[in-house]
Design a protein around this ligand. Structure first.
Ligand SMILES: Nc1ncnc2c1ncn2[C@@H]1O[C@H](COP(=O)(O)OP(=O)(O)OP(=O)(O)O)[C@@H](O)[C@H]1O
Ligand SMILES: [Mg+2]
Length: 238
């Protein structure tokens, strides 16, 4: 069996009468870069919220590294090696850039030297080193995207789930996020990326899963999927 890091099995979630996620199943392997696309409201973020433990599932299972993490606490899931970013960037705005990166360090049990080396390496890797003493509240939207991405990198996860990592980011910042995501995948990290960015996403993922109205419509290579009449219809609503 290939090195499957994440297994989503028959996942379901409703909000009142709305089936946001409806019998969704898929796997992500170590080192794989997989896209998750679909129209607004398709259920993409809801899936991320269940993987990371923020939402409880109604039914189905989530296995990470062969361990059932369904409905586990978000902190416990993060500790096992799942890192995420948020569609609307979440940063600690009363803290500096450097302090933001220190936040996950507490639970990583690093020595002071290890922590400061990792913070410096991460800041350099994403090009925020010179801004390390700036307050996060002073950052632009794109810089905040980078900062939450860097905070996720700090934990050296086995699975990285990125929710619209390119939204609001300039081409230069997008390139950094793309390059660092490729670096992580090369080192064996499984990456699942939600994106509406039709230019940037293909630079990260060859394969995508297309969700619509909570269900998997199709999956495959991006160039094939975007020619699929059902996918075009789902996006355009024609
Ligand atoms: N906490 C919630 N309470 C009620 N409804 C919710 C909640 N979270 C999501 N939904 C609904 O579930 C559906 C799926 O939402 P979700 O955020 O997963 O979509 P998405 O695919 O991420 O869309 P987008 O591309 O716009 O971010 C939507 O109809 C949304 O309104
Ligand atoms: Mg979303």
């Amino acid at each position: 069996m290939p090195d499957v890091v994440l297994q989503i099995e028959d996942l379901q979630k409703s909000f009142g009468g709305l089936r946001a996620v409806d019998h969704v199943s898929f796997d992500v392997e170590g080192g794989q870069l997989l896209g998750l696309i679909g129209p607004n409201g398709a259920g993409k973020t809801t899936i991320f919220n269940m993987i990371s433990g923020i939402y409880r599932t109604d039914a189905g299972r989530i296995l990470f590294d062969q361990t059932d993490i369904t409905n586990h606490h978000p902190t416990q899931i993060a500790k096992l090696g799942v890192a995420r970013t948020f569609q609307v960037p979440r940063t600690f705005n009363h803290m500096t850039v450097e302090e933001n990166l220190m936040v996950p360090v507490v639970r990583l049990r690093l020595t002071d030297a290890e922590a400061s080396n990792r913070v410096a390496a991460t800041l350099n890797a994403i090009g925020l080193y010179d801004m390390r003493h700036r307050n996060a509240s002073e950052l632009s939207g794109g810089e905040r995207q980078l900062l939450q991405f860097a905070r996720a990198m700090m934990t050296q996860p086995k699975l990285m789930i990125l929710d619209e990592p390119f939204a609001g980011a300039s081409p230069a910042i997008i390139d950094v996020i793309i390059e660092r995501t490729h670096d992580m995948a090369k080192s064996g990290v499984a990456c699942l990326v939600i994106s509406h960015d039709v230019v940037s996403l293909p630079k990260v993922c060859e394969h995508v899963i297309v969700l619509t109205e909570g269900s998997v419509l199709t999956q495959g290579r991006i160039e094939d999927v975007r020619e699929d009449a059902r996918v075009i219809e789902a996006y355009l609503g024609t």
